[in-house]
Write a protein that binds this ligand. Structure first.
Ligand SMILES: C[S@@+](CC[C@H](N)C(=O)[O-])C[C@H]1O[C@@H](n2cnc3c(N)ncnc32)[C@H](O)[C@@H]1O
Length: 311
């Protein structure tokens, strides 16, 4: 993250409040998915979800295929189904461009996708309906229907996808637009559980504590107002909460600004990692900031991997 303008503040977001109606929460979460998946041709080189896939591939290098990616805070799905598609597309392109297909791959098409990676959607509050829909579109996307707490990953999940499973891949946790939700105590508990049970994790945030971060949140509200008729012309109820009663754009902008104030720099994440109570000596931390929207939208990422998981 660029140098923050103000200290981190753990204020509350409307979308987190138990009194906020669940159908409106669903509309807001779908709005967040648009933020991840929209590609505005002149202003963006690709969608932020595609950018995350490219970052994972670039930063993890050859070890990118040695993980199963578990989204621990998937919400309505967010970018993960799109990251899955983009990453597997990139892996498949690199396999086909670097080598001629083997005889075995031609004989058995399943072998051709041997480098493909699997993604799993989980959350403390599972959104099974949305995940079911998304997972029907890919053999490499599945979900866990029961609640999963990121600070205490259940043994069955670790057994199914952890190092000891039959494909020998380790767990890489994804926190998309989620890590800023945790206060310091919960963040430490989640990092401790992550270090003890995973081979790596990635934190991806679309906002930051800077003037450009705040500006991007406000622009996003205008963007929803502009694009809603194209996306939701068939759904008058949703349009009702965008125009005459603009609850959805208001919550997206308000929560976006609060999220910006809650977002940690890479140094702040590292400080939590070092004090979380688990041994982080064998771990490597990398971070970066990449523009996803001209001129002011920046994606901030932190990727941490166990050194033994690197090639
Ligand atoms: C803003 S949503 C992020 C949704 C999605 N990743 C996206 O980018 O659109 C944050 C999610 O974190 C989940 N969450 C909060 N605390 C959690 C915990 N301890 N374990 C697992 N999920 C948690 C919430 O249920 C919520 O769905």
């Amino acid at each position: 993250m660029a140098t923050p303008w103000i200290p981190r503040m753990h204020l509350w977001e409307i979308d987190d409040q138990p009194w906020f109606p669940s159908f409106l929460r669903n509309y807001v979460q779908i709005g967040l998915t648009h933020a991840w998946t929209t590609h505005l041709p002149l202003l963006q080189s690709g969608s932020p979800a595609t950018l995350v896939a490219a970052i994972l591939r670039r930063v993890l290098g050859a070890s990118v295929s040695r993980h199963t990616y578990i989204d621990f805070c998937a919400g309505a799905g967010g970018p993960t189904p799109f990251i899955e598609r983009a990453l597997n597309q990139q892996l498949s392109n690199s396999t086909t461009s670097s080598t001629a297909p083997s005889y075995a791959a031609v004989a058995d098409p399943k072998t051709a996708s041997a480098t493909a990676v699997d993604f799993v959607l989980t959350d403390l509050h599972p959104n099974v309906e949305s995940w079911e829909e998304a997972s029907k579109k890919s053999d490499h996307l599945s979900y866990v229907a029961r609640p999963v707490d990121a600070s205490a990953a259940p043994a069955e999940l670790l057994h199914q996808y952890g190092k000891e499973n039959k494909n020998g891949k380790g767990i890489f946790r994804l926190f998309n637009l989620a890590f800023h939700h945790f206060d310091d105590n919960l963040a430490r508990a989640i990092l401790k559980n992550t270090l003890e049970t995973s081979e790596g994790f990635g934190i991806f945030e679309l906002q930051e504590r800077t003037l450009s971060g705040f500006t991007t949140c406000i622009l996003f509200g205008f963007f929803i107002l502009l694009i809603a008729p194209i996306l939701y012309w068939w759904n008058p109820l949703r349009l009702l909460f965008i125009y005459p009663l603009p609850v959805v754009p208001f919550v997206l902008v308000f929560d976006g600004l609060i999220s910006s104030l809650r977002t940690r720099t890479a140094d702040e994440v590292e400080a939590l990692l070092r004090t979380c109570g688990a041994d982080c000596d064998g771990w490597e931390i990398k971070s970066g900031r990449e523009r996803f929207l001209w001129p002011c939208g920046y994606l901030n990422w932190v990727i941490c991997t166990k050194k033994s998981a690197l090639p």
